[in-house]
Design a protein around this ligand. Structure first.
Ligand code: NAI
Length: 295
């Protein structure tokens, strides 16, 4: 196996995205340290990754030996200070500028000066997060998609002060993880979530105008247009506690441009906790992971 561009990688925030990034980083040969503020999140993440590898072993797509080696590469970090020797730290925590700025300012004081710090933000400005840093040239956006092992694209985003060499290293590492890096400008939503406004926001408008119900829209866009997931299935997968703040953030950053205005439908559902598949109910109800139309 080729030597990984980053030997030791820290993951901060081991939810849906952090665990996926951890999985492909370990598969690429890096030692991976997992940190989360929720006490059981790291154990859950490690168990979920190991379950993926066990499935691959059962299907004959991964040897038991390689699986055991990969498992060894995943280690919990009890505190942020345990990430001191990481060459790269990727953050996948809550989508809030103030929280991300605070985290990176703290991380910068922990890691070596040559370490690269990266954010998996979906919508926030890389330059704005970097404003909290003494070494903004070592910081970039590294935006993966859910589920990370299957969605093979990653957007690499330079902030105003990012050293281009940092983005080049992140692109090399993306390829080593089996992903295709795409350079995107530091603009709200970058490429995919900017284009995605059309998909999700217009679908919500169609529902609020009473033109069609959500399941019909999903069905048509999949069966007749060829999308893998309908917009409402996608919102359920991403979960509204993640995607609604992204919608708000893009809208605000474009100075309240009407075409990006978030929907009251998602605001209400978020307030009611009906956020998506991970809680068993979003637009659909989930029984054993399979979507059903809610009564
Ligand atoms: P999630 O809610 O599944 O996981 C977030 C994790 O971060 C939780 O385990 C939480 O305990 C932890 N956390 C929160 N604040 C923390 C802190 N200060 N320090 C350490 N851990 C902390 O969220 P998800 O879906 O993994 O998203 C995380 C980030 O990735 C967000 O910025 C989101 O915008 C971005 N993203 C999400 C995508 C998605 O489809 N879910 C796609 C691409 C990016």
């Amino acid at each position: 196996m080729e030597r990984p561009e980053f030997k030791t990688v820290g993951i901060v925030g081991t939810g849906a995205m952090g665990r996926g990034i951890a999985q492909i980083a370990a598969q690429a040969g890096s030692a991976v340290l997992l940190f989360d503020t929720q006490p059981d999140a790291v154990i859950k993440a490690r168990d979920a990754i190991v379950a993926q590898w066990d499935k691959l072993v059962d299907k004959g797509r991964l040897s038991a030996g390689d699986s055991a080696v990969q498992k060894q590469r995943l280690q919990p970090a009890a505190t942020l200070a345990d990430l001191a020797h990481c060459d790269l730290v990727v953050e996948a925590i809550v989508e809030r500028l103030d929280v991300k700025k605070q985290l990176f300012a703290e991380l910068e004081g922990i890691v070596q000066p040559a370490a690269v710090l990266a954010t998996n933000t979906s919508s926030l400005s890389v330059t704005a997060i970097a404003a909290a840093l003494q070494r903004p040239w070592q910081f970039a956006g590294y935006h993966f998609f859910n589920p990370v092992p299957l969605m093979k694209v990653v957007e690499c985003i330079a902030g105003l002060k990012t050293d281009p060499a940092v983005c080049q290293r992140l692109a090399v590492y993306a390829r080593q993880m089996g992903h295709t890096p795409v350079q995107a400008e530091d603009t709200p939503g970058f490429i995919v979530n900017h284009a995605g406004r059309g998909y999700g926001t217009e679908a919500l408008r169609i529902v609020s105008e009473g033109v069609a119900d959500f399941a019909t829209i999903d069905r048509i866009l999949k069966d007749q247009v060829g999308f893998k997931l309908g917009p409402f299935e996608l919102m359920d997968l991403t979960a509204l506690d993640v995607s609604h703040p992204v919608m708000e953030s893009i809208y605000q950053q474009y100075y309240d441009e009407p075409r990006y205005r978030p929907s009251v439908i998602t605001a209400q559902r978020l307030a009611g906790g009906v956020v998506g598949k991970k809680v068993g109910e979003g637009f659909y109800k989930y029984v054993d992971g399979a979507p059903q139309i809610a009564a």
